[in-house]
Design a binder for this molecule. Structure first.
Ligand code: AHR
Length: 307
């Protein structure tokens, strides 16, 4: 796997500095890039020695990185799990080695919650619900069928599972909403574009696109424009994240609504790492605060958007 240090032997904390081993998902989206920057910058600010490893979207790389952190005897391990399942064995190894683990951004489905100290990140089900609620309002009082296509995130990833479930849960109350196609776009612009091209060929009358992140939505916009349609008008678009490129498209009328998912988890993660290292009690769940943006709200927020 890429990234620094994960493969090399090490000595754990030296000179009183906390050593934090962090395994990142990859660099699939603008959100991820902002998240990595937040973690790297806040580690430097907090005086934490960060061993950063990029899993390039592969669970096997993450498991290798976690094992390497255990072998190096880092003080704390944190990671953003590529997928939800399959972590029990390696988490047990960390626990047996007495190395506390913090989950960031994404959850695992392990039943034994003693395998990690805390989980910091968003409520992805709620994000999906917010997307659905906007849609219900937008089509209030109308009776025609609303044909929806969905671009899902990485299969098996918590944000893909939960954003799909939350959205479905809200729109199911009204049978006029029909999800006519739902496929993964891997959280990337390239795949978002490709899958949307295929959707457009198969379904001539798409009313709405719900993309699980901005990047897939931005890729889809290219496909929609190439097909001679107007994104935001001919096809309404809802996305999740609110990174700068997404917000720019929203302010420009090409996206209709964005549900925010904050990538700025670094400062709180460093705080948690210091506390678990000091043996202090930390909350099992730390929820990220986030909002939603309409086109008007995006125009107002854009000048100050940092990522
Ligand atoms: O886990 C968070 C999700 O992962 C973001 O919403 C998406 O853009 C990223 O790839």
């Amino acid at each position: 796997c890429g990234g620094e240090d994960a493969g090399s032997g090490g000595s754990g904390s030296g000179g009183g500095k906390i050593t934090l081993g962090f395994s990142q998902v990859g660099a699939e989206s603008g959100w991820r890039t902002a998240n990595t920057k937040s973690i790297q910058e806040s580690a430097a600010t907090a005086g934490i020695d960060l061993k950063f490893s990029d899993a390039q979207g592969k669970q096997e790389n993450q498991i290798k990185a976690l094992r390497s952190f255990i072998a190096q005897r880092v003080d704390v391990i944190a990671f953003s799990p590529v997928v939800e399942s399959g972590w029990d064995t390696v988490l047990k190894e960390a626990k047996d080695a007495d190395i506390p683990v913090i989950l960031t951004d994404r959850a695992v489905d392990s039943q034994d919650t003693s395998l990690y100290k805390s989980f910091i990140g968003s409520d992805f089900v709620l994000e999906g619900k917010k997307a659905g609620e906007w849609l219900v309002k937008e089509y209030e009082g109308k009776t025609d069928t609303v044909n929806i296509v969905e671009l899902q995130g990485t299969p098996g990833a918590a944000p893909a599972n939960d954003r799909k479930a939350g959205f479905a849960d809200v729109i199911k109350a009204d049978p006029k909403f029909k999800v006519i196609a739902s496929q993964t776009g891997q959280f990337t612009r390239t795949d978002g574009k490709e899958v949307m091209e295929a959707f457009l060929k198969t379904y001539p009358d798409i009313d709405v696109l719900y993309a699980h992140n901005d990047d897939m939505g931005l890729g889809a916009i290219e496909a929609i424009e190439a097909a001679g349609k107007k994104p935001g008008t001919d096809i309404k678009i809802i996305t999740v994240d609110a990174v700068k490129d997404g917000m720019t498209a929203l302010a420009g009328g090409k996206i209709n609504y964005i549900v925010e998912c904050s990538p700025l988890l670094g400062p709180q993660l460093m705080d948690l790492a210091k506390k678990v290292k000091a043996g202090e009690q930390v909350p099992q769940r730390v929820l990220t605060e986030e909002t939603t943006f309409t086109q008007e709200q995006a125009k107002a927020a854009l000048p100050d958007r940092k990522y």
